[in-house]
Design a protein around this ligand. Sequence first.
Ligand SMILES: Cc1cc2nc3c(=O)[nH]c(=O)nc-3n(C[C@H](O)[C@H](O)[C@H](O)COP(=O)(O)OP(=O)(O)OC[C@H]3O[C@@H](n4cnc5c(N)ncnc54)[C@H](O)[C@@H]3O)c2cc1C
Length: 264
Amino acid sequence: MFTIDKYIVADNLQQAYELNQNRRNVIIGGMLWLKMGRKKIGTAIDLSSLGLNNIEEDEDNFKIGCMCTLRDIELHRGLNDCYPNLISKSVEHIVGVQLRNMATIGGSIYSRFGFSDVLTAFLSLDSYVELYKGGIVSMEEYAQMPLDNDILIRIVIKKDSRKTCYNSYRTSSSDLPVLTCSVSNIDNTWNVVLGARPQKPVITKINANSNPTDEEFNQIISQAINNSSFGTNYRGSKEYREILAHALIKRNLEAIISGGNYAN
Ligand SMILES: Cc1cc2nc3c(=O)[nH]c(=O)nc-3n(C[C@H](O)[C@H](O)[C@H](O)COP(=O)(O)OP(=O)(O)OC[C@H]3O[C@@H](n4cnc5c(N)ncnc54)[C@H](O)[C@@H]3O)c2cc1C
C-alpha cells in the first residue's frame, strides 16, 4: 500500500516543478501504477487544473497533453485517421475501458515501461516529448533517458504520410504483453519497433523500397530481429520471443504493403 501525506492541485507548472524536486514528492497521473507500489509519498502533485487534458491538432502536429487518458487517444478521430492500425490498436488490450479511462499518457510515457504498448507505438512515429525544463526531446532519446524529476507536459506527434501498423502478443487478452511490435514506412525507410523483449522498446531503421521484393521483405524482418536483443522472463523465453517477433513484424509489413488489410 502507498501513502500520501499531502495533496496539492498545482496552480502552475513552475510550482509543480519546484515541488517535484523533493524526492518524497511525486506528480500523479491516473495513479494506477503508483498505487500498486509501497511508496511513502510526501506531497502528491496533481496537474489536473492546468488544461493538459486536451489533444490539439493543427496542420503539422498533434499535441497530446499529459493528462489525456489512453481512452482519449484510443477514440481520437484525427489521430486514428492519420495513423490507422496504430494508435487505438496499441491500447485496445490494456486491461479494460475503465483502466484506460484513468491511465494517463503522461504517466505511461514518463514511466518508460519495457512492456509499454504506447511507447512502442509512438516510437514508430516522428514523435517528441515536451519537458518543463528539458524542452523538446525526441521520443527515441527520451525512451533511453533515466527517470528524473522533470515534468512531461505533452507529447508532440508530427503529421506525415507514413503508413503504420501495430500488433502485440499476449497470453490472455488483457494481460501484459509478451511482445509488442509496431512498424511504419515512409518513402524508403521502414521503422520496426520491438518492445517487451522484455526490455524497453528498441527501434530499427531499415532502408528498403516501400513495396519491397521478397528478399527485401525478409531482410527487414531479419535486420530488426538481429538489432533487438531478446530475454527470458516468466511470460516467455528468449527463443519464443524471437519467433513471435518474426510473426508480428511479418503481419505488420503485410498489412502496410496491402494498404491496411489487417490479418489477425
Ligand atoms: C493492472 C495494470 C495493467 C497494465 N497493463 C498494461 C499493458 O498491458 N500495457 C501497457 O502499455 N501499460 C499497461 N499498464 C500501464 C498503464 O497503461 C499506465 O501506463 C500506468 O498505469 C501509468 O499511468 P498512470 O496515469 O496511472 O500514472 P501514475 O501511476 O499516476 O504515475 C506513474 C509514474 O509517472 C509519473 N508521472 C505521471 N505523470 C507525469 C508527468 N506528467 N510528468 C512526469 N512524471 C509523471 C508519476 O510520478 C509516477 O512515477 C498497466 C497498468 C496497470 C495498473
